[in-house]
Design a protein around this ligand. Structure first.
Ligand SMILES: [Zn+2]
Ligand SMILES: [Zn+2]
Length: 379
């Protein structure tokens, strides 16, 4: 189990975010009280990760009981605004007006390499040993997906069509990187607000990191899904989804293709999981109607989060399946041919001000390292 201190989950988002009556979100530290307001402490197991989470039932808590560093938009020069295209590296993808030119004005979504990348696309993945330890070159990609040309709009303030274009950009980049045999996994995440690690950038962006490895957390989820399938001959994600739809206890939103719910064993306040109703392990295989429906539900839950909780910082991360690749140099096909058993989903969680919750766990996931740490990557 994860013995670290966890504030608990938010089952109370059930129904709608406006009715946070039986919210469960308290800090629980060993040897530290949880603010004196919770009672029923439970340990809940996340069925997808086998991770135990300590959850407190915070009857009567309101969103205003939590201290968030409200999102504040910075002013001054911004390299991601329209007309400032020359301030970024050349774009690798853009959704543009037909009569516009690359790296000029007239775009709605633009993807550019990060000018301070954690990984670089040049070179080969070369694994080597150093005594008993393995290491490899830092080959990969680190890109910025600029979600809008306007500085004064956050993701939830965009029109559905524009959010659909952002998803289109995610899909295009994943599909393109799948063609690069050095890449095994693409991680896409978004940090909104200072508390979520976006302290220097207030323009609405997402980040993409393409890795030459499959993160440990993704491997663990794959193995759990595979074991479940071996036992029941059913998909664990589709089963959980059916149960959430039936009980409707933790349901936040639903449309023709997607469901948003508060995970049973949430690790963060206001955590939400957006899962497709159809079974799909590959985010990039989504069709146009499904993309529209994802944009609709995402806009809805993010708007409600913003309105009901008061503009909190949040992280959004895409949980996708790894690419199928031959293993090693022998060219044999991966043993993990069952990657289709994983279901692609979006997870969103709010990051409260650590001083407000007296929870030191934020130091574990400090700044922009948080989404990477969530994917099981140490940086
Ligand atoms: Zn800007
Ligand atoms: Zn499924």
């Amino acid at each position: 189990m994860e013995a670290t201190h966890h504030r608990a989950s938010y089952e109370g988002i059930r129904g709608q975010l406006g009715k946070l009556c039986r919210v469960t979100c308290l800090t629980i530290l060993s040897g530290c009280d949880s603010g004196g307001r919770g009672s029923n402490v439970q340990m809940r197991k996340d069925i997808f990760t086998d991770r135990w989470v300590i959850v407190a039932d915070g009857d009567g808590l309101q969103p205003t009981d939590f201290h968030f560093k409200k999102f504040a938009r910075g002013t001054g020069f911004c390299p991601f605004c329209e007309s400032n295209e020359a301030a970024t590296p050349p774009e690798v993808f853009a959704i543009r007006n037909p009569d516009s030119s690359p790296n000029g004005q007239g775009w709605s979504v633009r993807v550019v390499p990060n000018n301070r990348p954690r990984l670089r696309i040049e070179g080969q993945v070369a694994r080597r040993a150093e005594a008993l330890h393995d290491l490899m070159n830092g080959v990969g990609a680190h890109e910025i997906i600029v979600e809008t040309s306007r500085h004064d709009r956050s993701l939830h303030e965009l029109e559905t069509g524009q959010i659909s274009d952002v998803i289109r950009a995610y899909i295009a980049r994943i599909a393109d990187l799948e063609g690069d045999k050095r890449v095994r996994y693409v991680l896409i995440f978004k940090s909104h607000g200072e508390g979520a690690g976006a302290h220097t950038i207030s323009h609405s962006i997402s980040q993409l990191i393409a890795l030459p490895i499959t993160p440990r957390a993704v491997k663990a989820k794959l193995m759990i899904a595979r074991d479940y399938f071996a036992l029941k001959e059913r998909c664990i994600y589709c089963d959980v989804l059916q149960q959430e739809l039936k009980s409707r206890k933790r349901l936040i939103g639903e449309n023709g293709d997607f469901v948003a719910f508060a995970p049973f064993a949430s690790r963060f306040p206001f955590e939400m999981c957006v899962l497709p109703k159809f079974h799909s392990s590959a985010f990039s295989r989504m069709g146009a109607t499904q993309r529209e429906n994802l944009a609709v539900i995402l806009r809805d839950v993010l708007q409600r989060l913003d309105q009901k909780v008061g503009g909190p910082p949040y992280n959004l991360s895409l949980h996708d399946r790894p690419f199928l690749r031959p293993r090693g140099t022998t060219g044999t096909q991966s043993r993990r041919t069952s990657t289709g058993i994983l279901k692609s989903c979006l997870r969103c969680f709010v990051l409260p001000d650590s001083s407000g919750l007296r929870d030191s766990s934020t130091t574990h996931f400090a700044g922009s390292r948080r989404p990477l740490a969530l994917a099981g990557i140490s940086v």
